[in-house]
Design a protein around this ligand. Structure first.
Ligand code: DGT
Ligand code: CA
Ligand code: CA
Ligand code: ZN
Length: 572
């Protein structure tokens, strides 16, 4: 299926149009079509063969102009409009434009004045102090550019969990199909559900280790074999992600799983405990002299120390071993306890799918309820709704709710922008007609900490606001958190019965685990939401739950683990 390839053409066109500083709505239209093509289950090439341009035009978001470009791409493997744009701008300049604080205008100045065509050029120029000499840039901007490059490089060196985890599962499924594999698991930071991972650590047991390693190093996705031994190997995949594998002896499965899950500090703590008992702990087991005390199961490793099994998400050396020793580990929320999702966009604002498709995806996940929260009017780039449009949308949501009666409850909400001074983007009499309101910041990211905190606290104090979403607005690898006093925000939320969000959109993961734990300690209730913009994204809930678990949250702490009547009472 070539849907991904075709979608990429339109993502590229959208990026390059932004460089031209042309019509700001055209990139939105191209990206919408790209997301639609990416998400659709049918093979776009097949549709095209069946019915040509006319059939393509039936794809949501695809009009005549886009359909003709798809047609050309599938016939000739190229699109004139894209080639024309690519002639106008060097390819690497798009990445420069995307750096924090740059944008199309400045990227274009850097290119024209200094011949900068990619991030490597930019870094060199900044280090050689060439940028400060440009009109309108200065020394401070030069430093900011270096900071932005650093943030970008960090983002590049780690892979989002929502990307890495499915690749890990795919590899293990491939191994099971092509080698004799008894047990298999994803370990490392992915098992601990870190929001981004440095590499994938995979563990298997097999009666034929050498054959298993050969299957691993010759998988279709492998771009480079870094190391291939008899029981371990390291490869680089086509996505540039590194994957390590170890074939363990069945008698050491638990010890290996524990060791390679980490994190390192957690392991060092356990090893110190072993030493003080006169034992040795390594990836093969716990040993007293020659005698093996434990190793076959992970539970057995912890039990040898008199500890209950510690969930991987807690293994960060943040007091989990002490809590386990006291019998005070929290009972963590589980994915199967999640009953709904409150942050869901449809094609009425910047999502790709109609309400029905989003609701059906929620039904397929076994949810009891789902809330629709499209963007508010000020967020023009996301096609935010005017009050009248929101009223009509609400009526549509109510109709869909009736359609799905008996299967799921559909709540009508909004993701309402918090304006500069803390006012909301809709008046109260519009908000009061909804079942709930999600409020969030999408503008003025650079306010001082004081102003930003005041703004958000004021919004949280609005009685109609039920959830404060993606609280720090950070984007992993591209935008730092806003400067905000999170403790003050959490105190305001706890005092007003406003939930704080753990947003599971892959590059947000906001709040993260430690901040979610702080929110709980401040007395807040949390909402774990996916911020889905396509039906397939509702499944990112598992990573949101992983993050909630990293925050030591139990089902009582998570509003969408509660039954609907209790949710309604909380929202009221
Ligand atoms: P990452 O890949 O940077 O996201 O983080 P991890 O935690 O997956 O780290 P990685 O891949 O280097 O190693 C996987 C696990 O193996 C790690 O969490 C703990 C264990 N490990 C690796 N090196 C050492 C070590 O030198 N000592 C100990 N005790 N454990 C180690
Ligand atoms: Ca790793
Ligand atoms: Ca590793
Ligand atoms: Zn949103």
């Amino acid at each position: 299926m070539r849907n991904g390839e075709v979608a990429q053409v339109f993502y590229d066109i959208a990026d390059l149009i932004e460089m031209t500083e042309g019509d700001r709505f055209r990139p939105i239209a191209y990206r919408r079509a790209a997301r639609e093509i990416e998400a659709m289950p049918e093979d776009i090439e097949k549709l095209w063969r069946q019915g040509g341009v006319d059939r393509l035009r039936q794809v949501p978001g695809v009009g005549q102009a886009i359909a003709e470009k798809i047609d050309q791409y599938l016939r000739e493997g190229k699109v004139d409009a894209l080639e024309k744009l690519q002639k106008e701008f060097p390819k690497g300049l798009v990445a420069v434009m995307r750096l924090r604080g740059l944008g199309p205008k400045r990227a274009s100045v850097l290119w024209k004045a200094l011949g900068i065509t990619d991030i490597a050029d930019l870094k060199r120029a900044a280090e050689n102090r060439q940028i400060r000499r440009l009109k309108g840039f200065g020394e401070k901007t030069e430093q900011k550019i270096l900071d932005a490059i650093k943030l970008h490089e960090e983002g590049q060196s780690r892979t989002l969990i929502a990307v890495a985890w499915p690749i890990g599962e795919e590899i293990l499924a491939f191994m099971r199909d092509h080698a004799r594999i008894d047990r298999a698991a994803i370990a490392g930071s992915a098992r601990r559900m870190r929001e981004a991972v440095g590499d994938l650590d995979l563990l298997v047991t097999s009666p034929e280790p050498v054959a298993a390693i050969r299957v691993f190093t010759t998988m279709p996705r492998v771009k480079e074999v870094v190391l291939a031994g008899e029981t371990k190997a390291t490869v680089i995949l086509d996505s540039r992600l590194q994957a390590d594998i170890r074939v363990l002896d069945p008698g050491s499965w638990g010890a290996g799983l524990q060791y390679f899950t980490g994190n390192k500090d957690h392991n060092i703590h356990l090893r110190t405990m072993a030493q003080s008992r006169g034992w040795k702990l390594d990836e093969y087991g716990i040993f007293e002299g020659e005698r093996k005390i434990a190793g076959e199961t992970e539970e057995g490793i912890y039990a040898a120390f008199g500890l209950p099994w510690i969930p991987p998400e807690l293994r960060e050396e943040n007091g989990e071993i002490e809590a386990a020793a006291k019998g005070a580990l929290p009972r963590l929320v589980e994915l199967k306890e999640i009953r709904g999702d409150f942050h869901v966009h449809t094609n009425r604002s910047d999502g790709v799918d109609p309400i029905e498709a989003m609701v059906q995806a929620a039904v397929d996940l076994g949810y009891e309820y789902v809330g629709i929260s499209d963007h508010s009017q000020s967020l023009v780039v996301a096609n935010g709704l005017s009050p009248d449009a929101l009223r009509m949308h609400r009526a549509r949501i109510r109709a869909v709710n009736r359609e799905f009666e008996g299967k799921i409850a559909v709540l009508a909400g909004t993701e309402c922008d918090i304006l500069e001074g803390g006012a909301l983007d809709y008046p109260d009499d519009v908000l009061k007609e909804l079942d709930y309101t999600v409020a969030s910041v999408h503008s003025k990211f650079t306010l001082s900490e004081e102003e930003q905190t005041e703004r958000v606290v004021k919004a949280i104090q609005n009685p109609f606001v039920n959830i404060y979403a993606h609280p720090t607005t950070r984007l992993i690898g591209s935008r730092d958190p806003i400067e905000i006093d999170l403790e003050a925000v959490m105190e305001a939320a706890a005092a007003t019965g406003t939930a704080i969000e753990v947003n599971a959109y892959p590059n947000r993961m906001d709040l993260n685990g430690p901040n979610a734990r702080m929110a709980k300690e401040k007395g807040c209730i949390l909402a774990v939401d996916t911020d889905s913009h396509a039906h397939g994204q509702l499944g990112n809930m598992r990573f949101g739950v992983g993050t909630a678990r990293r925050g030591w949250l139990g089902p009582e702490d998570v509003v969408n683990a509660w039954p609907l009547d209790r949710v309604r009472a909380f929202f009221r």
